[in-house]
Design a protein around this ligand. Structure first.
Ligand code: HEM
Length: 344
């Protein structure tokens, strides 16, 4: 039989340690599954969504209140997107806290970083498509950050927003970015990322000569575990989507004011909190980009774990990288919590 992409990802047997839940947390696999859910529900939403300022909000209301199972489809899309951001962050932390990015996996780590950025911007552009009262911070303050970039800021802003202020052109641009500019590259990058996982010898474990545990599992066992994880994730997602609706406020109108209390989407609350410190270019652009660059450079500037240390949590060899990533995430969590405190 000719080997397929599926066979490439599922060799006849693999070391059992590569498929242990307590090692991978199943986060990478769950991210793939959530992306599939997003693709299917996103395509279904496209049949009803109208990307014009006077119709967008109403078309979502139609989908939610009039179309059979429309609310379920929208809720599934919304919750899968929120969990995707969380699951990808957990996956990133697990890769750093196990040193899984060490050579030869450095390039795949960079592909992963690119995916992280795309996933966050997919969530951000999708959020704008709601075109309701709730998106005002993202639409006005969020896009204004682009203007703060010296020299190219104004040009970039016009390119992004389609004019000197948000309007009809903005919505169609975010719609195109959401579907073609981000989802399409995300699909290609995920396939490449998965291909590389196997090309690099599967998930990082010690080389055979240094391995104490020689147990292996078959392709069938691997698929059985993957299907089980997917069914459990689907059951959880369905339960949540049936009982907890995705947020939806009154459609945005030209006269809707940008209130003082407008909040950023949850994944940008830390940036909104930093902006209170002053200079928007420094706190809203430079610091977040610097944090991203620092994370991306981890496999290139910090020591790697030794071969024997691979396949387990918190190896001694890359303690410094663990510390840096841990502190960075702690800072983001604290800033997010501060942003959620009621304004005094
Ligand atoms: C949509 C986003 C992503 C998807 C769908 C995805 C998917 C996967 C899958 C299925 C695996 C193998 C199973 C596992 O390790 O859990 C994997 C491994 C890996 N991923 Fe990702 N990933 C994503 C984002 C990232 C990010 C943000 C990074 C880090 C910057 C990253 C870096 C890696 C590395 C280095 C490996 C190999 C780990 C090892 O061998 O221990 N990935 N990814």
């Amino acid at each position: 039989m000719r080997p397929t992409f599926f066979h490439h990802l599922h060799p006849p047997t693999i070391p059992a340690r590569q498929a242990r839940f307590r090692y991978t947390l199943a986060a990478g696999g769950l991210a793939v599954f959530l992306m599939l859910i997003l693709l299917v529900t996103g395509i279904l939403e496209m049949f009803y969504y109208i990307p014009t300022p006077d119709q967008a909000g109403n078309s979502i209301q139609t989908l939610v209140f009039l179309v059979p199972f429309g609310a379920l489809v929208r809720n599934l899309h919304y919750w899968a997107a929120q969990f995707l951001v969380i699951v990808v962050l957990i996956h990133l932390l697990r890769v750093i806290f196990t040193g899984g990015y060490a050579r030869p996996r450095r390039f795949n780590y960079l592909l992963g970083m690119l995916l992280l950025v795309i996933v966050v911007f997919l969530d951000f552009t999708g959020y704008i498509l709601r075109w309701d009262e709730g998106i005002r911070w993202a639409l006005v303050a969020g896009t204004n950050l682009v203007k703060s970039i010296p020299l190219i800021g104004n040009g970039l802003y016009t390119l992004l927003v389609g004019g000197s202020q948000p309007g009809g052109a903005t919505l169609i641009r975010f719609y195109s970015w959401h579907i073609f500019g981000l989802m399409l590259p995300a699909g290609i990058l995920v396939a490449w990322h998965l291909f590389r996982v196997r090309r690099d010898g599967g998930i990082a474990v010690p080389p055979a000569a240094l391995r104490k545990d020689h147990a292996r599992i078959s392709r069938y066992e691997l698929v059985r575990r993957e299907v089980l994880a997917m069914l459990l994730a689907l059951a959880g997602l369905l339960l949540l989507s049936v009982f907890v609706p995705a947020p939806l406020a009154a459609p945005l109108t030209a006269t809707s004011p940008l209130g003082e209390t407008a909040r950023a989407p949850w994944f940008f609350l830390w940036v909104q909190q930093m902006l209170k410190l002053g200079n928007p270019f420094l706190w809203g652009v430079l610091v977040p980009v610097a944090a991203l660059v620092l994370l991306g450079l981890i496999p290139y500037i910090f020591p790697h774990p030794s071969g024997a240390e691979l396949g387990s949590w918190f190896p001694k060899g890359n303690r410094f990288a663990q510390l840096i990533a841990g502190l960075l995430f702690l800072a983001i969590l604290i800033l997010t919590a501060l942003a959620l405190l009621p304004a005094s």
